[in-house]
Write a protein that binds this ligand. Structure first.
Ligand SMILES: NC(=O)C1=CN([C@@H]2O[C@H](COP(=O)(O)OP(=O)(O)OC[C@H]3O[C@@H](n4cnc5c(N)ncnc54)[C@H](OP(=O)(O)O)[C@@H]3O)[C@@H](O)[C@H]2O)C=CC1
Ligand SMILES: O=C(O)C1=N[C@H](C(=O)O)C[C@H](O)C1
Length: 273
């Protein structure tokens, strides 16, 4: 492997909202070269034309296996970035690892058990793999601030708000945030009354150490999260708002570079910053 060659990158979900941003970011990254674009429509069309930046000489294909085989043959270690859909993402990550193509997974919806299985699989193969529910640096900072605050608060709930094209709920970011707070060795929200939900779901989903997650889906929203701490007489809220998917791109490019240095699966961008 040569250190001086650009990193070969395949993008899965290339025509989608995140895939398009990723194609543009890779096209502008001097240390990366796009070698494949995978999606289910625009098959055979040049992905550069599809995303509106002019020809890149990379036709869209729906054949993941062929692209992974090509990635495995590159002189430099290659990476597949996935922004597709929760359905089938577990199998796509396994295939990439099996082919020796380093996965950077932005697609959400993997369960804890699936992440555990993939960790074991990647470890056995000594393969780097990054699963990143949120590539925004601002969100990573919010999560760090929430960890700091949770030392001092016993009560916390998480509200996440997204566009109504989102397939999964709660968001991968909200789940990850709850998991991070749950690793701190305390159980949140001791009950103060016996609660009864008169309409199912009114109190949200419980994740980790009794943390409640509430999901809002509306057109007009992009991606937003609020971590709300409460104590007698005060509320401490941490909020992150996105207004453009470009906000994820510095994190995506960083993850592509970092995954090449890893020999195991890492869940969360904060661990490789
Ligand atoms: N980690 C992060 O920071 C972020 C993660 N996300 C996550 O990324 C994922 C994608 O989001 P987004 O770009 O908004 O979604 P989009 O629906 O806009 O894009 C997904 C694209 O992937 C295609 N696709 C779906 N399944 C497959 C498949 N099996 N093989 C090939 N292509 C496929 C879709 O095709 P079709 O239209 O035909 O279904 C579509 O073109 C979601 O899980 C979302 O939660 C989003 C933003 C940030
Ligand atoms: O679907 C989205 O849009 C987003 N998905 C990710 C998630 O589920 O956390 C990241 C971000 O919230 C945008």
């Amino acid at each position: 492997m040569s250190e001086n060659l650009p990193i070969p990158v395949i993008v899965a979900g290339a025509n989608g909202k995140m895939g398009r941003e990723t194609i543009k970011a890779i096209a502008n990254a001097p240390d990366m070269t796009l070698i494949g674009a995978i999606d289910r429509t625009h098959i055979g069309e040049d992905i550069g034309e599809v995303v509106g930046i002019g020809a890149l000489e990379i036709p869209v294909t729906n054949d993941l296996e062929v692209m992974l085989a090509q990635g495995a043959q590159e002189k430099q270690l290659s990476v597949v970035v996935d922004f597709t859909h929760p359905d089938g993402i577990y199998d796509r990550v396994r295939s990439a690892i099996a082919y020796g193509v380093r996965p950077v997974i932005g697609t959400t919806g993997l369960t804890e058990a699936q992440i555990h299985d993939l960790t074991v699989f990647a470890d056995k193969a000594s393969m780097g793999c990054l699963i990143v529910p949120n590539f925004s640096i601002g969100m990573i900072l919010l999560q760090q601030a929430a960890i700091a605050a949770s030392q001092y608060f016993q009560h916390v709930e998480i509200l996440e708000l997204h566009h109504n094209q989102k397939a999964d709920a709660p968001s991968g970011t909200a789940v990850k945030t709850a998991q991070m707070l749950s690793e701190l060795g305390k159980t949140f929200n001791p009950p103060s009354v016996v609660e009864k939900e008169n309409f199912a779901g009114a109190r949200g989903a419980v994740v980790g150490e009794n943390i409640r997650l509430h999901s809002v889906r509306l057109p007009g929203l992009l991606a937003h999260q609020e971590v709300i701490f409460g104590a007698p007489g005060e509320i401490y809220s941490l909020r992150h708002d996105t207004s453009d998917r470009a906000c994820y791109m510095p994190g995506v490019l960083l993850a592509i570079r970092r995954v090449l240095q890893l020999k195991s699966l890492i869940y969360g961008l904060e661990k490789v910053l």
